[in-house]
Design a protein around this ligand. Structure first.
Ligand SMILES: Nc1ncnc2c1ncn2[C@@H]1O[C@H](COP(=O)(O)OP(=O)(O)OP(=O)(O)O)[C@@H](O)[C@H]1O
Ligand SMILES: [Mg+2]
Length: 112
């Protein structure tokens, strides 16, 4: 199992979620976050002055998926989260050691 952790533009979240859903990916944790990437934020011009904005609002989606589904999920996020401009986001993939459901006593099976 892997955790796909995607940090994307808030305005793209709706279409990313809909596309994941259309492909049968439902389980997710979603958090509104602040972040920055390679450009270290953005420079806003306001009344002739340049104001640096170091942290920009993003949406973080965390999804635990089977190894076999990782490429599919990444493809969906890329296809539906992209504007082509800097700031479209990043996707991180982490290994997941084990999964438990609180309701039951068993550890989840590998492909659960
Ligand atoms: N190295 C990093 N570690 C953790 N989070 C990061 C890292 N880089 C980017 N992020 C997260 O991803 C968000 C979006 O980053 P962003 O899309 O600007 O990445 P980038 O690498 O600068 O790519 P681009 O050149 O397309 O802007 C950031 O706001 C931040 O939350
Ligand atoms: Mg950037």
């Amino acid at each position: 199992m892997k955790m796909v952790c995607a940090v994307i533009r808030p305005e793209m979240f709706g279409s990313v979620k809909a596309a994941l859903e259309a492909d049968g990916v439902y389980g997710m944790t979603v958090t509104e976050v602040m972040g920055r990437g390679a450009q270290r934020g953005i420079a806003l011009k306001f009344r002739g002055k340049v104001m640096p904005v170091e942290l920009i609002p993003k949406v973080k989606i965390e999804m635990v998926v089977s190894d076999a589904d990782v490429e599919k999920v990444i493809g969906i996020i890329r296809a539906n989260g992209r504007t082509g401009k800097p700031g479209d986001g990043r996707i991180f993939v982490l290994s997941v050691e084990s999964i438990y459901r609180v309701r039951t006593d068993q550890e989840e099976a590998e492909e659960a």
